[in-house]
Each structure stands twice: as structure tokens, then as C-alpha cells.
Design a protein around this ligand. Structure first.
Ligand code: AMP
Length: 399
């Protein structure tokens, strides 16, 4: 028996297959529609060999799930799928734990969609596609917001009229929780501090989306993303935090509509907006190396905002023991890690340049004896979802 994990984005569907008993990863892959809507790149990596179809005729999630199952079988991964674990970005106030998906929970989740219009609807489409392809399987959801359900009120309430919280549910939810939870667990393991209530970490998830979280004793105490995944750090195409007065000015004086503002802040800002080159950090790095001043500025601003956020999270905890870099940029860009660490010596961060350049996943890159240990951790969101799905399955078996 196996566990299939589906992670649906706006133009990609990541998947991974795990052994049900051990949660050992058996295969992983991607359906990628970036470029065209009706042909996709379908890739699969497994110990049985890799597979790639650069122009698969796949329109929509229904067809994508069917092709994923077909490709897994063709690669010799024949074990029936017993559970499908889905990643859902926003669980709202209702879903603060991994949850079994049925008609009722799906209806409740539909109601959460307006809180995450760019993320939840596509994930729910993928759920429906998987339920019709695998009607006998149990379907579960893991939520990016769930890890943050215990954030202290002082970290989750905004200084706005109290009625906004009461009437509209405005509060900080926090995102990337599946990744932050994995990294908190893995960093504690690597530093042999699991279960220590005083152990304090700052985790920087730096990918297309970016967020930083302060974690004490395994629980988050503050995080940079807020009511939406737009707050906090500068990102690939998202602005992160800016003066809200800018929006009022553009709306009131320049006639911008809500839709235009949303498009600008979500899709035209961040690394892309400043560099004018790309949202992809590798391309921004390359442009900077080739002399683009705007690309250089984008990288400096990106690093500067990460440093300031780390500092503010550290102060929230009164100090820290570990700093974690994860996700595409955090794991792979030694330049970015060096830039971020360069002014954190005052907080006890001492990077080892050789270890940083080597960039080994799940390794320490600070000098021996650094007061704050710096780690690269490879985030394993799918593994985390599989474990949560396995727990729900076992719970269902016992009840
Ligand atoms: P993610 O959202 O975690 O897949 O991360 C995507 C981001 O990671 C993109 O901005 C990529 O350019 C960046 N990235 C991936 N590999 C590298 C690398 N080797 N060096 C620098 N950035 C990278």
C-alpha cells in the first residue's frame, strides 16, 4: 500500500509516492504547465529510473492525476494508493490540524477559499480530480496555516480597529507552515535538541515565496507572513511588506482598482519588479554578474529585508540558538546566505565560508563554536504531508 501526496500550484502539480508503513519516498515528480495550458512537462524520478515527457497532452487536474497514476504504474510502482495527502495553503480558523476530507470538510473548505483566492481553489480542484480517480482511497489535507494556530495573540492580532478581527476575521494566519514545521523538527534533530523547550530557531524559507519564522521549543512564536502570503519578506514576484499608505494613494489619487493593485503586488513586484529581469533568483544573480545595477539592487534589498526580519524575530525570543536556510534560494544560493549572514555577527552568527560554499543539505555551515549554529535544511513538505496522512489513516483504523 502507498501514500500519494499532491501539491497543486497555479501551473504545476507536484506529486510524490511513499510507502504506507515507513513513509519512505518511492518516487517524486511534477506536471508543469508553465508555458502552455494544454501541454505539460511530466517528470518522474524513482529508483526504477527517471521518466520525462516534455510535451504531454494534459489539460487540467483530472487528466493530470490520471497520467500520474499511469506513469507510476508504468514505472513498476504498482502498490495500490491507500491514502492521498493534499497540500492546502489556507485552513482558515476551522482547520488547525491535518484533516480527513469528506463532503462536509470539503464544503467547509470551499468557504475558506476567498481567504486564499490564488491558492485554495486550485488545490480543491486537484482534490476533486484525485477523489474521482481514486474513490476508494482516503483523502487528507495538510494546511500551511495549521502550524501557526498557536501563535500568541500579541503576534497574530493587527493594530487595527478591534471590529476588523471580530467582524471580518482579520488576523495573522502565517504560511509555509508545513515547511517550517519540517525544518524545526529536522534542525532540532541535527543539533540534538529535540524536545528542548528553550531551543530557539529562526527559519528562513526562501523560494518563490519567502517567509521567516521564530520557533521556540518546536512551536512558532512569530512569523513574517500574515493575513495573506503577501506580507513580510520581499519575494519572487510579491512585494512583501510595504507602506499600506501607498495603496491608499494609488487607489484614491491615481484611480487604481483592487484588481490592478492585487496584480501588481502579487505578480509584478519583488525580485521581478526591482530587477526588471526575472523573479527567478538564478537569473537575477546572473544579470547582477553581467553588470545590471537593478539586479544588484534587488539582491541587496532581498538580503537586507531578510536580515532585518531575522533580527526582529530574534528579539521576540530574546536571542536564538540556530538559523536555518531552506527552499530553493535558501538551500542553493551560497551568495545569498553569505550576504544575509554578513551583518549578523552582532547576533552571534559566524558563517564558515567553505562549508557555506559547499552547500550540503542538512548540514551545519557555521564555524565550530559559533554562538548561533547555522544550518541548511532541505525542506520536505511532501514527506511531512505523507506522515500526517499516515497518522490520520492509523487514527481512522483505530476508531
Ligand atoms: P522554490 O520555490 O523553493 O522552488 O524556489 C525557487 C527559487 O529558488 C527560484 O528563485 C530559483 O531561482 C531559486 N533557486 C533554485 N536553485 C538555485 C540555485 N542553484 N542558486 C540560486 N537560486 C536557486
Amino acid at each position: 500500500m502507498s501514500i500519494l501526496v499532491l501539491n497543486a500550484g497555479s501551473s504545476t502539480l507536484k506529486f510524490a509516492l511513499f510507502a504506507e508503513q515507513t513513509c519512505e519516498e518511492l518516487a517524486r515528480g511534477l506536471v508543469d504547465w508553465r508555458g502552455t495550458a494544454d501541454t505539460a512537462r511530466l517528470t518522474l524520478q524513482s529508483p526504477h529510473g527517471d521518466f520525462e515527457d516534455g510535451a504531454a497532452e494534459i489539460t487540467g487536474y483530472q487528466e493530470a492525476v490520471r497520467r500520474i497514476l499511469e506513469t507510476l504504474r508504468a514505472s513498476g510502482l504498482n502498490d495500490p494508493v491507500h491514502v492521498v495527502g493534499h497540500r492546502i495553503v489556507h485552513g482558515g480558523d476551522q482547520f488547525q490540524q491535518p484533516t480527513r476530507l469528506d463532503e462536509q470538510t470539503l464544503r467547509q473548505l470551499e468557504a475558506v477559499s476567498p481567504l486564499a483566492p490564488l491558492h485554495n481553489p486550485v488545490a480543491l480542484e486537484a482534490v476533486q480530480a484525485a477523489r474521482s480517480a481514486l474513490p476508494e482511497a482516503m483523502h487528507t489535507a495538510s494546511f500551511d496555516t495549521a502550524f501557526f494556530s498557536t501563535l500568541p495573540e500579541s503576534a497574530s492580532i493587527y493594530p487595527v480597529p478591534w471590529s476588523w478581527r471580530k467582524d471580518y476575521g482579520i488576523r495573522r494566519f502565517g504560511f509555509h507552515g508545513i515547511s517550517h514545521a519540517w525544518c524545526a523538527m529536522r534542525a532540532a534533530e541535527l543539533l540534538q535538541q529535540s524536545g528542548q523547550p528553550w531551543f530557539r530557531l529562526v527559519i528562513c524559507h526562501l523560494g518563490n515565496g519567502c517567509s521567516a519564522t521564530a520557533v521556540q521549543g518546536g512551536r512558532p512564536v512569530a512569523t513574517s507572513m500574515g493575513f495573506t502570503p503577501l506580507e513580510g519578506l520581499m519575494m519572487g514576484t510579491r512585494s512583501g511588506s510595504i507602506d499600506p499608505g501607498i495603496l491608499l494613494y494609488l487607489q484614491q489619487q491615481k484611480g487604481f482598482t483592487g484588481e490592478q493593485l492585487s496584480d501588481a503586488l502579487n505578480h509584478q513586484s519583488g525580485l521581478l519588479g526591482v530587477s526588471g529581469v526575472s523573479s527567478d533568483f538564478r537569473q537575477v544573480e546572473q544579470a547582477a554578474d553581467e553588470g545590471s545595477q537593478r539586479a544588484r539592487l534587488a539582491i541587496l534589498m532581498f538580503a537586507d529585508r531578510i536580515r532585518s526580519t531575522i533580527a526582529s524575530l530574534v528579539v521576540t525570543m530574546g536571542g536564538f540558538d540556530g538559523l536555518v536556510f531552506t527552499a530553493g534560494i535558501g538551500e542553493h544560493s551560497d551568495r545569498l546566505r553569505r550576504l544575509v549572514a554578513s551583518k549578523l555577527g552582532c547576533l552571534g552568527v559566524q558563517l564558515d565560508n567553505d562549508r557555506n560554499r559547499a552547500g550540503q543539505a542538512d548540514s551545519q555551515i557555521s564555524v565550530d563554536g559559533s554562538p548561533v549554529r547555522v544550518l541548511i535544511v532541505r525542506t520536505r513538505e511532501e514527506q511531512m504531508i505523507a506522515r500526517e496522512a499516515q497518522r490520520l489513516l492509523r487514527g481512522a483504523g483505530e476508531s
